[in-house]
Design a protein around this ligand. Structure first.
Ligand SMILES: NC(=O)c1ccc[n+]([C@@H]2O[C@H](COP(=O)([O-])OP(=O)(O)OC[C@H]3O[C@@H](n4cnc5c(N)ncnc54)[C@H](OP(=O)(O)O)[C@@H]3O)[C@@H](O)[C@H]2O)c1
Length: 280
């Protein structure tokens, strides 16, 4: 029995763990073993995408694990090149075949690609796939408030969650506030900023020493206390366990503010502003 992770409830009623497991770059047999290890340690929310080319490895990890499918929450994502309605419907089915699953718990639009301007029909395909029982909860990634407003206006349905770049160098204060006001859960991608120089930051180092925890644990606890669902990726069982061992201590308000204060206006890891950046 692994670590028990608290849950949060999405606006459509689905309960999901407050921290999940990222799988970007975990592929093939080694990837399947790393994902199975994460499940064994207690991760229940697993994040994949059509474009990671590892929905198959996720499906294989589920089959290798002794945890029943119904106890896992599997997320995948629709790529930008399949946003038109008919292509989106086929891609969701293809995503399921690749993982050998009957349903995804969460399915997200990967990027809005606003210059292409097909994200509303992609969203309609997700709404319908949910009605057909292929997806339990529908969401998006990298949507700015203007994109979310448009979904609401044109379909009447807001996403249950929005997965965005979020780490101490880019704390997304305004976007998180918008989500809170509209009952959309925030998921944090690259929650450890891909282990860049944030893991050597002096402020974080000081707080880590005070709590006798690692900098990664301090960052992931900060996400949790912000109410954001972090999905750290690690190929290493030791670091996988480290990353969910964050429920036996708490940061105080001053520490949270100090960590949030590390943010920079240009803190994105790459220049991926969803208003202009597109991914296919
Ligand atoms: N929706 C989107 O547009 C989007 C974009 C990017 C990512 N994502 C999702 O978000 C997930 C997480 O983001 P990410 O993979 O980009 O970055 P991340 O989780 O912030 O960082 C992963 C990196 O940190 C290292 N690491 C993990 N735990 C560590 C620890 N305790 N101490 C030191 N180093 C540690 C990992 O190395 P080891 O593996 O060697 O431990 C890996 O190099 C992805 O896997 C993917 O599922 C979504």
């Amino acid at each position: 029995m692994g670590i028990e992770i608290p849950e949060i409830t999405l606006h459509d009623g689905l309960r999901i763990p407050a921290i999940g497991f990222g799988t970007y770059s975990l592929k093939g047999n080694e990837g399947a073993n790393a994902i199975k290890s994460a499940i064994d340690l207690g991760y229940r929310l697993i994040d994949t995408a059509y474009n990671y080319e590892n929905e198959g490895a996720v499906g294989e990890a589920i089959r290798r694990s002794t945890v029943p499918r119904k106890d896992l929450l599997i997320t995948s994502k629709l790529p930008g090149r399949y946003h038109t309605y008919d292509k989106a419907v086929v891609t969701i089915q293809e995503s399921l075949y690749r993982a050998n699953l009957d349903y995804y718990d969460l399915y997200l639009i990967h990027w809005p690609n606003p210059q292409q301007d097909h994200y509303v029909e992609a969203w309609q395909a997700l709404i319908d796939a949910k009605k057909w029982g292929l997806i339990r909860s529908i969401g998006v990634c990298n949507f700015l408030p203007e994109h979310l407003e448009r979904l609401k206006k044109e379909t009447g349905v807001l996403p249950s969650n929005n997965q965005i770049e979020l780490h101490p160098f880019f704390n997304q204060e305004e976007q998180r506030k918008w989500h809170e006001e509209n009952d959309i859960a925030t998921e944090s991608w690259s929650p450890l900023a891909r282990a860049n120089e944030v893991l050597k930051n002096d402020t974080l180092q000081k707080i880590a020493e005070q709590h006798n925890k690692s900098i990664s644990q301090i960052i992931l606890r900060w996400h949790y206390q912000l109410g954001a669902i972090a999905i750290p990726k690690s190929a290493s069982p030791v670091r996988q366990l480290e990353n969910i061992s964050i429920f036996d201590f708490a940061l105080d308000a001053a520490e949270i503010a100090e960590i949030s204060g590390i943010t920079r206006p240009d803190g994105r890891m790459r220049d991926q502003d969803p208003a202009t950046y597109e991914e296919f």
